[in-house]
Ligand binder design. Structure first.
Ligand SMILES: [Zn+2]
Length: 111
């Protein structure tokens, strides 16, 4: 193998690596977006279930505490997993390792 050929191969490899990096970044962004969407949908389902399970006035006035408590646990768990649970534009988005005073406020209110 002559030097020219080796340099060509090296150059091609560099291009391939850049292409792989770009594909990786695109895929990573898609996965993050899907996870965020999934979290948002789960939270919406949970809110709807809480709404559906809310006791009507004619029914027994004992609130279904287990459902409510479970929901609070889920919110705390989602926050611990790094997602916003605060009712802002960031709801369901990943916090990227940052803390959020609105989320923490929500969690301390719910205790
Ligand atoms: Zn937040």
């Amino acid at each position: 193998m002559n030097r020219d050929e080796m340099l060509k191969q090296l150059s091609q490899l560099e291009k391939d690596i850049k292409q792989i990096n770009e594909s990786y970044d695109q895929l990573k962004n898609m996965v993050v977006a899907l996870i965020e969407e999934n979290v948002t949908l789960n939270l919406e389902i949970e809110n709807m279930q809480m709404f559906i399970n809310e006791p009507k006035k004619e029914e027994a006035k004992v609130p279904k505490k287990s459902t409510v408590l479970q929901s609070k646990d889920n919110l705390a768990m989602l926050y611990a997993e790094g997602f916003h649970i605060c009712p802002t534009d960031l709801f369901g988005k990943h916090r990227g390792g940052e803390g959020c005073i609105f989320c923490l406020n929500l969690l301390s209110d719910k205790k």
